[in-house]
Design a protein around this ligand. Structure first.
Ligand code: ZN
Length: 213
């Protein structure tokens, strides 16, 4: 399998962030939001904006909570009682929200994940949570797709994993070229999904509703 990185090492990152010598506090982050409001041309002390920096940092804590999540822990609990189930498991239509790392603009989309079990299975909600571990970070769709596939392959160790993501990038629809309703489609395959074209075709058919063209 690929050894693509599974996300930043938080401890080494926080060491970087504490340079020169202190941790960035929530108050620092609120101050930064206040600076942005002033830069936009508004008055952060007026009634409607007075509590906005606190609300924004609270919202950011939720939107970027993936940095605090550990995919290995999420996939730790598995079940061996599969009744000799031998076919792929597919989760279709996992909605997610993320933010592009180039503009911090929303990315909204749907992820589809399949894996072919190798003697053990995992709770289905855990796969949906893996999507959020990586979606709730600053992202590019290509890397997010690879990280989800690699995490499931590495920590669940099935015979193979398939991931396909359809997303709209708001940095493209609301600014710049302003193109609406453009889906960016990415996919990543590991193990048997990479080797077996019929298995891959079956996954694509189940996701898009017709055989690959
Ligand atoms: Zn962007």
């Amino acid at each position: 399998m690929s050894t693509a990185d599974l996300g930043p090492d938080i401890s080494s990152l926080s060491r970087k962030l504490t340079l020169p010598a202190r941790k960035i506090s929530r108050a620092d982050a609120e101050e930064a939001v206040k600076t942005l409001i002033i830069w936009l041309g508004d008055d952060p002390s007026r009634e409607g904006l007075h509590e906005t920096p606190a609300r924004v940092t609270k919202a950011f804590s939720e939107w970027f909570s993936g940095y605090q999540q550990n995919p290995e822990k999420i996939l730790q609990k598995t079940f061996a009682e599969t009744g000799h189930y031998k076919e792929p498991v597919i989760l279709r239509g996992i909605r997610f929200e993320s933010f592009c790392e180039h503009h911090m603009a929303p990315i909204t989309g749907v992820a589809h994940i399949s894996y072919l079990p190798d003697e053990k299975i995992v709770g289905l909600s855990k796969l949906a949570r893996i999507v959020d571990v990586y979606a709730k970070r600053l992202q590019v769709q290509e890397r997010m797709t690879a990280q989800i596939a690699d995490a499931v392959q590495r920590y669940l160790n099935p015979q193979g994993v398939a991931v396909m993501i359809f997303a709209e990038h708001h940095c493209m629809s609301t600014r710049g070229v302003r193109k609406h309703d453009v889906d960016t489609i990415t996919s990543q395959y590991t193990g048997v999904f990479r080797a077996d074209t019929a298995l891959k075709a079956q996954f694509i058919q189940m996701v898009v509703g017709h055989p690959p063209e």
